[in-house]
Design a protein around this ligand. Structure first.
Ligand code: SF4
Ligand code: SF4
Length: 159
């Protein structure tokens, strides 16, 4: 439970996702559950797809019609609270932020990890981006089984 161990319930997680039809295209998934004074997600989005409004404490809202899944908000969020998800056949393509070293390499298989830190499957590394503008937050693109849509959160180690 979120307020006891920091792990959101499935119902809470689902509130952050658009419907499955929208997920045929990449969409930002913002898991920012608390009201905090923060807004880099909103100010960084090139498509003005994230709304916080005049009260910076309000939780960010994504306009899935405007979101292109570009991933800029993913590495701009200091709380590492954003990913991008897209259904691709029987798999899900995620873009996640990653701040550990060594970075995964394209083509490697890493463990898929859930919000409780448990291994739940495999993640194929498709792309790794770390430009100067990203500072030290890499953007990792992975493919996982679609059954992990609401479970997957990050990668753990190389298999
Ligand atoms: S993924 Fe790109 S378009 Fe979508 S909300 Fe984030 S920055 Fe905006
Ligand atoms: S930048 Fe991240 S932590 Fe800050 S409001 Fe946006 S989603 Fe929440």
């Amino acid at each position: 439970m979120l307020n006891k161990d920091g792990v959101p319930s499935l119902d809470q997680i689902k509130t952050c996702f658009p419907n499955l039809e929208s997920l045929q295209k990449p969409k930002a998934i913002i898991e920012c559950y608390e009201e905090i004074p923060c807004n880099p997600c909103s100010t960084s989005c090139p498509f003005k797809a994230i709304y916080i409004g005049p009260n910076i404490n309000k939780r960010p809202q994504v306009d899935f019609n405007k979101c292109t899944g570009c991933g800029v908000c993913v590495y701009s969020c200091p709380g590492l609270a954003i990913s991008v998800a897209q259904l691709v056949g029987k798999e899900v393509r995620f873009k996640i932020s990653y701040e550990f070293l060594p970075l995964p390499q394209v083509g490697e298989i890493w463990t898929a990890i859930n919000r409780s830190g448990q291994m739940i499957g495999k993640a194929k590394i498709e792309k790794v981006t770390l430009t100067k503008v990203q500072d030290k937050t890499a953007l990792i693109q992975v493919l996982v089984d679609s059954s992990l849509l609401y479970d997957f959160i990050t990668v753990g180690k190389k298999i």
